[in-house]
Design a protein around this ligand. Structure first.
Ligand SMILES: Cc1ncc(COP(=O)(O)O)c(C=O)c1O
Length: 476
């Protein structure tokens, strides 16, 4: 019988995969030898492999541009990065190397853009799509951008009152967009998104307010489907409703020329993940074109605001197993050296699943385990890989000793694991660098790139959070 961990993985999935391979029973992620990284930096460790960000941006752009060319579509495609998925400077520096535009969601995002502009990374004629509910500070910051000569700021009106607030704050001409309040998926807890303006209010709003105002030009219609861009009847139905509204609006508003379809390209969260991005881009472009042709309206420029897709697949978190606890005949706990609740809060809050793999010991037998985090919270665990509905890892020896117990123990005798494609939202949702549950410190974080010869280059971005930094925040 084949009982090794490597057999389990290669019999359950197509393996190796584009970003995962195993050599000498050790895992490589995007060609990064993870055990070498662990030997150098230890665990727990967050890693971000920057080239993956550019690769994903370029792929998406190619899919949309090819789809546009194939359909003989008359509009252009614009890739925006949704900053809230990761605000780190190293992320934005990589993102902006690709000449993309930015979507913002709060007042401080605007300060971030100003810094990027001062650093010469962001041009004043790039698009800045200002989404989200806008408190006065956000409105004022948007007005300041416009006053400072940013020529393509597009505040997206989230509710009717926001227009008057903008009117008061903005001096000079300004392009705007309207967010359509999308219908939620049928199984969701409510029918209509709280974000945006109801379908039937949009045309009257334009007629009664925007059209009469000389300062504002309505350029963009925006919608975002919470559950992402999926090949489902629900998604296509929502898209077609939005394009129909676009056409109705375009007939009375000649300035309107852009449709923003939001974020929502999915990322690989399981090894059996299959998603035909190329087909989806083609289908989106062709559906928009068909509806516009039927309505006799020129096709809009298409904007996207991919967050997860831009950064999610660039990062991973590596942990070691501290010890194993058997709590009854069927439940075997591998305790990790950090906390899932604090390092991957979506795994706890919304049951988000990530790819989980052993980093070493692929030649060992496997066993089913529950993974436990270090906080005292009974919800700090991870026990369900998306495909197998359980977690299987190499067997832990009876006399297992972790690095924490004896730092001279050999790396190959310690069990290391990784959760992969964790680059979106986890730091901002988890309050990176702040107070963490049970004062569990934020792990060390390193950035990985490649030099001209294709050699891996690593750089420490942040050390493990210190007790001093936490006590300071707490007022001590
Ligand atoms: C308006 C808007 N655009 C884009 C995004 C990014 O979505 P994703 O990370 O799924 O690409 C979000 C996410 O919440 C959003 O609210």
């Amino acid at each position: 019988m084949r009982t090794k961990y490597i057999d389990l993985i290669s019999q359950t999935y197509e393996f190796p995969q584009e970003e995962f391979k195993v050599e000498d029973n050790e895992l490589y992620y995007n060609d990064i030898p993870l055990m070498d990284i662990i030997k150098q930096y230890g665990t727990p460790l967050k890693i971000t492999y920057l080239p993956r960000i550019s690769q994903n941006i370029q792929k998406a752009r190619r899919w949309f541009n090819v789809a546009i060319a194939r359909a003989d579509y008359q509009g252009d495609y614009h890739y925006c990065y949704c900053t809230k998925s990761s605000h780190f400077e190293f992320v934005l520096t990589e993102v902006l190397k690709n000449g993309v535009h930015i979507e913002t969601s709060s007042a401080f995002d605007i300060n971030l853009i100003e810094v990027l502009n001062e650093n010469g990374q962001f041009n004043k004629d790039n698009y800045i799509i200002c989404n989200g509910y806008k408190k006065q500070q956000y409105i004022d910051n948007i007005a300041q951008l416009i006053a400072d000569g940013y020529t393509n700021v597009i505040p997206i009106i989230d509710n009717l009152a926001e227009f008057d607030q903008l009117d008061k704050a903005v001096q000079g001409k300004c392009q705007i967009g309207i967010r359509i309040a999308a219908e939620e998926e049928p199984r969701f807890e409510f029918y209509t998104s709280r974000l945006g303006i109801r379908y039937n209010e949009i045309l009257p709003f334009y007629e009664n307010k925007i059209k009469k105002n000389k300062k504002f030009k309505l350029k963009m219609l925006h919608f975002f489907i919470n559950t992402g861009i999926n090949d489902t009847a629900y998604y296509w139905n929502e898209l077609s409703k939005c394009v129909s509204i676009y056409c109705d609006l375009k007939k009375i508003c000649p300035d309107l020329d852009s449709l923003n379809i939001g974020g929502g390209f999915p990322i690989k969260n399981k090894l059996s993940f299959v998603y035909d991005y190329e087909y989806m881009a083609e289908e989106i472009v062709s559906q928009i074109k068909q509806i516009c042709e039927r309505e006799g309206v020129k096709e809009p420029n298409i904007f996207t605001e991919f967050g997860s897709y831009t950064v999610g697949e660039a990062s991973a978190v590596l942990y070691s197993i501290l010890q194993q606890k058997r709590q009854n005949d069927r439940e075997l706990w591998n305790m990790i050296d950090s906390s899932f609740m604090t390092t991957l809060p979506d795994s706890w809050a919304i049951n988000q699943q990530f790819i989980i793999l052993a980093v070493n010991n692929w030649d060992k037998e496997y066993e089913r385990v529950f993974l436990g985090g270090l906080t005292c919270d009974s919800h700090d665990y991870y026990n369900s890989e998306a495909n197998l509905n359980a977690v299987f890892l190499p067997k832990i020896a009876d006399n297992y000793i972790s690095k924490d117990q004896d730092e001279d123990v050999k790396e190959q005798d310690v069990q290391y694991i990784g959760l992969f494609n964790t680059g979106a939202y986890q730091e901002s949702v988890g309050g990176y660098g702040g107070i963490q549950h049970c004062l569990t410190p934020a792990p060390k974080h390193i950035i990985i790139t490649k030099d001209e010869d294709g050699e891996i280059v690593t750089k420490l971005f942040a050390k493990e959070q210190s007790y001093k930094s936490m006590l300071k925040i707490l007022g001590y």
